[in-house]
Design a protein around this ligand. Structure first.
Ligand SMILES: *Cc1c(COP(=O)(O)O)cnc(C)c1O
Length: 459
């Protein structure tokens, strides 16, 4: 994608977003009764999946590729089904994510299980189903030895490596630091020799996995991490041949996800193509046809397809600061509220009819509905003057935002709606219905548990 193309794709999707906001107000998808909703641009999700596949197809030497969507980014069954129809698989890290994947119809053969804390029961189930398992630690590998002794499995099995190439600008999201909790640390004393031996002794251990990310990590750092694990694979395969083995012990490299997203404008930058090309230049061995490839992108596939749309309930002023009190706060944007420097979001302002406001900007806070002072989606932001009854939109929130609800103040999970725009016509489909008050009561120990504490007697 050239720079112009990036800009054009961004402009087209911004136009669709504006049409969707207007239609959401008109069709009462967002309303006084449902004052915050999330919108997903179906066309953009499809385009992102297609662009990912094309990017790697262009540099790949015919090797087998599985693009497994990282379910944690947007754990919504209709999204997983849409992506599956676009040729993607799924990367899961918990029984819940696996269940969503199954509900979406993603086959076991296109599912990858990662997690640093898999239980024996989870491992047994994955091995029985033929799901790919990436082992995270030496202890987990020992557990797998025992399980495979018990019952053979067709599951491909890999080992997650921490290449220890360093972190990015967001500590909490840097997976390849010297002391990261993930994977087997490659540069620790004796680790390389242990790893080569571990592979040579296990004919079923045929994959290597690394996920160097994510938001805030430069592409060069990510590519350096992949180079480290491919070098390890080459070393293992040489040792395998030297020991009289045939073919290759490691036949597939899982490069993880972690492509950062541009939250500052509608441009897609970097693109999957930028990363695929950098990988091809940095690690040519990955694309010479000897290795199968697995990717696990999340944020970069979904972030720019999502919009949180909320009504402005009131406005006020305090200490000279204008404040818009909206229905979108920490419950839908937890990272932005608690770590605003790392997770700034663009805010767009629409009037009561859902038309974009273009008035000259004034500094305002965008406050949410939660009862703590820091519940602000933006602070001192220059935006067209906001009035009660207007709408605000939090942009690029398709991954790790509304799908990652924070249940403060017993606020409900908002409804999520996919949209498709055709000329003047905008259609919506329910992705996730809004949570009801009855559901909130039930999951908060209501119903049959309501009297349990009062009935508990001292022994
Ligand atoms: C979170 C995660 C991903 C996806 O990361 P993104 O930054 O959303 O692309 C992929 N693989 C693993 C193992 C992860 O933990």
């Amino acid at each position: 994608m050239g720079l112009d193309e990036r800009g054009q794709e961004g402009a087209a999707s911004a136009a669709r977003r504006e049409a969707a906001v207007r239609a959401a107000v008109r069709q009462q998808v967002v309303s006084a009764r449902q004052p915050v909703v999330a919108l997903l641009d179906v066309r953009r999700i499809r385009a992102a999946a297609g662009a990912l596949r094309a990017a790697f197809a262009e540099v790949g030497g015919g090797a087998e590729i599985l693009h497994a969507f990282a379910v944690k980014a947007t754990p919504l069954v209709p999204v997983l089904r849409l992506l599956a129809a676009e040729g993607l698989g799924a990367e899961v890290a918990s029984p819940g994510e696996l269940a969503l994947t199954r509900a979406a119809g993603v086959p076991a053969a296109r599912t990858v299980l990662d997690s640093p804390a898999k239980t024996t029961a989870e491992l047994r189930e994955a091995l029985a189903a033929g799901i790919t398992v990436n082992v995270d630690s030496r202890e987990e590998l020992a557990r797998l030895d025992a399980l495979l002794e018990e019952a053979p499995s067709t599951s491909p099995v890999g080992l997650r490596i921490n290449p220890q190439v360093g972190g990015g600008t967001i500590g909490a999201l840097s997976t390849a630091t010297a002391t990261s909790k993930f994977g087997v640390a490659l540069r620790d004393e004796g680790a390389r020799a242990w790893l080569v031996e571990a592979y040579l002794r296990r004919p079923w251990l045929t994959r290597v996995h690394a996920h160097v990310g994510s938001q805030g990590c430069p592409l060069e750092l990510m590519a350096a991490g992949v180079r480290e694990v491919v070098e390890l694979a080459e070393e293992v395969n040489r040792a395998h041949l030297a020991a009289g083995g045939q073919g290759r012990r490691i036949d597939t490299v899982d490069i993880g996800g972690g492509l950062p997203v541009n939250f500052a404008s509608d441009d897609v930058a970097p693109t999957h193509r930028d990363y695929a090309r950098l990988l091809a230049a940095t690690v040519p061995a990955l694309f010479d046809g000897r290795y199968g490839l697995v990717t696990e992108f999340g944020r970069s596939l979904l972030a720019k397809s999502g919009t949180i749309l909320a009504r402005v309930e009131y406005t006020k002023s305090a200490g000279g600061r204008r404040i818009a009190v909206t229905h979108a706060g920490a419950q839908v944007a937890v990272r932005t509220v608690f770590a605003p420097e790392s997770w700034p979001l663009r805010v767009a302002v629409f009037d009561a009819d859902g038309r974009p406001k273009h008035a000259s900007p004034v500094a305002q806070d965008i406050a949410g509905p939660c009862c703590f002072a820091g519940d602000l989606a933006a602070v001192d932001r220059l935006l067209p003057r906001i009035e009660a009854g207007d709408h605000i939109a939090l942009l690029d929130t398709g991954a790790y935002y509304f799908s990652h609800h924070y249940a403060y103040n017993t606020l409900p999970r908002p409804g999520v709606y996919g949209f498709a725009v055709h000329q003047q016509d905008v259609r919506f489909a329910t992705v996730r219905p809004p949570q009801t008050v009855e559901e909130l009561v039930a999951e908060s120990g209501g119903g049959s548990h309501a009297g349990d504490l009062s009935a508990l007697r001292r022994p």
